[in-house]
Design a protein around this ligand. Sequence first.
Ligand code: MG
Length: 253
Amino acid sequence: MMMKDWIATDLDSTLFTRAWQADDAVAATWNALEDGSRQPSSWMRAATHRLLAALAHSFALVPVTARDMDSFARVEVTGLHLRGPAVVANGAIILGWDGLPDPEWEAVMTERLAPWESRLHDFCAWLAEKSRGLARARLVPGPGGLPAYLVAKATVEWWRTPEARDMIAAMDWLDCRVEVLGSELQVLPPGVGKRGATLEVQRRWFAGQPPLLCMGDMPLDLEFMRLGGLLATPTGSTLDLSWPASAVSAVAV
Ligand SMILES: [Mg+2]
């Protein structure tokens, strides 16, 4: 029987983090070791795991993540089904109930992304050169062998320097969306995003019914989070810190 009630949730820094290595933390993502074994690379708080395991009895848990297929495959949390439906690669790929990329969406996104392939390669090379190698830029694989979007990693502090800001301002990014999210810069071609793909998941597999609850940690996540009836973010997340402090003090008074 197909569940109609669902929860849409970002993964990294919303449910998972590398920092929570408490004794009772639950492993969430895994790295393969050379000897064929594997070790956890991020964790979920035990209480969060209990909450999600309880919710999973009544709701489908739909990941909405920037992870590509390879890094999404490294997500495995005991007792939670997170394989699909899912939004992967910032919406460039969606997975159905079978956990496989949806061919209809793949056709749509391949057509959208094909014209951007060479531009994204150019952006990548330009960023590497202009940042003097301080921003490590790469293209995230999407459908049909095309890049889904560009991500460039540096330190949080470096992205705040005048050098980094001037560099970003100097480029004509055409119609792409350019955002600095913590330690990384993301460049998303038009038509790529978590919201559009989450709407497609809603239409295709949940009879058009919006998610009851949406969770995320970045201001950009709000775009898909606002599809839900309830919004949640971890205390101290970038999204939490972006909410006006005056609203908090008004409530406190
Ligand atoms: Mg996140």
